[in-house]
Design a protein around this ligand. Structure first.
Ligand SMILES: [Fe+2]
Length: 454
């Protein structure tokens, strides 16, 4: 709302000043100017002030310069200082001023209207510039571009001398952004058009606001290239990247956790393999691998608690050393993964081994990123589930071992309180009379699926 008031003010004030400068001093011109001034004043009351006002208050308050004239002189230079950090705002102001470049266009408008252009004409001494700059950066205040004393001194020197702010030689970032966004206008897929039209300006703004260097950009390109080169059917570096920056968990939350009564979801992770081996109830998915035996006894129901029979349940997990079968080329897999089905009461029981914490593969670019940021690569111990049943929303989730390591600092931000479960320590006879030497564990859980009835 404030932006639209401001742009209307810019249009009316520039039109009025242009007409006034050209000698047309009539009621229409004055109406436009008054209307624009009122709109602009209304904007001032609704937003915060930054570099321009700080400079003008310093010049007025400490150096006794006249208020309106000082604002007139400083504004094009304050805009030029911020232009690269606020390209979209500058583009909109330039459009409202009907010029190619906002800061130099405003300078030209002031000149044409006969306004003041130089601080030296308002009584500021050149020797005062350093003191003004020092005062202006004394207390931090919000501003699009970073505030440096040298930068402010350059700005003030240009304003003192009445120089015309330099318009960028040819292309500005804002213009390029505009052209790229325009190039998507003919995208037939509406959703694709929307996503690209939103993504590209954010990427450009990231580059502009961080003053991204060519070398940094090249490092980023190399990083992504290495992520591609290290990826194959068993190594999903881009999934790891998405997981370790939390994007997978954000998308997972948006997609899957909008029904409070259903079991929370968790990320798929990089180790799921399509078409796992079909196993019968009671099977041991560990197929005799070493580890603490684990008896899994789960139920699948709707949100109302009604059992779901014949639900397809894919399970997968790491071995006792923290590796998945796809990471172990010498292993006769698949193992520690399988597809099972719930019985008529919606129950599913099978054997496995206790999952342990494990590092995500950190010998690639994602590992470099974790090392560079001082992060560990460990995931809290967990068991993966993907549950599908006709008429219900698919549930992809994980059960985390209560008391396990890294529950508070999971490398992929995947732990949810409701999914931390007691993997109870047991000994003695097992529920299905399977012979087990020594202690074993058991876990019970009820998965509640959203949807149902269709
Ligand atoms: Fe996992």
């Amino acid at each position: 709302m404030v932006d639209s008031l401001a742009l209307d003010a810019v249009r009316r004030l520039s039109t009025g000043l242009r007409r006034l400068g050209d000698g047309t001093d009539d009621a229409t011109t004055r109406t436009d100017l008054l209307h624009g001034a009122w709109l602009a004043g209304t904007c001032l009351g609704a937003v915060g002030m930054s570099l321009h006002h700080k400079l003008c208050h310093t010049l007025g308050g400490s150096f006794d310069l006249p208020h309106a004239a000082t604002h007139t002189v400083v504004l094009p230079h304050a805009m030029a200082y911020n232009a690269a950090a606020a390209p979209e705002a500058m583009r909109r102001i330039a459009d409202a001023l009907d010029v190619a470049d906002a800061p130099s266009g405003l300078h030209d408008l002031i000149s044409r209207a006969g306004g003041p252009l130089a601080l030296r004409d308002l009584g500021l001494g050149e020797s005062d510039i350093a003191a003004v700059a020092r005062k202006a950066v004394e207390k931090p205040y919000p501003n699009p571009a970073a505030l440096t004393r040298e930068g402010i001194e350059d700005l003030l020197r240009a304003a003192w001398a009445g120089e015309r702010p330099q318009a960028p030689a040819s292309a500005t970032p804002g213009r390029i952004t505009e052209q790229v966004v325009a190039s998507f206008a003919g995208t037939p897929d509406v959703r694709l058009r929307r996503l690209l039209t939103d993504l590209v300006p954010r990427l450009h703004a990231f580059a502009v606001e961080n003053d991204l260097t060519q070398a940094e950009w090249q490092t980023g390109m190399d990083f992504l290239t290495r992520a591609g080169q290290i990826s194959n059917a068993g190594r999903q570096e881009f999934v790891l990247l998405s997981d370790t920056i939390g994007l997978s968990s954000v998308v997972d939350l948006l997609t899957n956790s909008r029904t409070p009564d259903s079991t929370p979801s968790a990320v798929l992770g990089p180790f799921y393999v399509e078409g796992p081996p079909e196993l019968d109830q009671g099977a041991d998915i560990a197929r005799g691998l070493a580890g603490t035996p684990l008896y899994v006894d789960v139920a699948v129901t709707g949100t109302d608690g009604s059992p779901i029979a014949d639900a397809v349940v894919d399970v997968w997990q790491s071995n006792d050393d923290g590796f998945y079968d796809v990471q172990l080329p010498d292993l006769d897999g698949p193992v520690l993964r399988g597809r099972l089905r719930t019985d008529t009461e919606g129950r599913l029981r099978f054997w496995s081994i206790l999952p342990c914490e494990y590092p995500i593969p950190d010998d690639g670019p994602v590992g470099s990123m974790l090392a560079a940021t001082g992060r560990h690569p460990y995931r809290a111990p967990h068991l993966h589930f993907m549950i599908g049943a006709t008429g219900y929303t698919q549930l992809i989730t994980q059960l985390f071992v209560q008391g396990g390591e890294y529950l508070d600092s999971d490398a992929v931000f995947g732990v949810k309180d409701d999914l931390i479960v007691d993997f109870a320590e047991r000994s003695g006879p097992t529920p299905d009379s399977r012979a087990v030497d020594g202690p074993w564990r058991s876990v019970e859980f009820t998965f509640r699926l959203a949807g149902g009835g269709e």
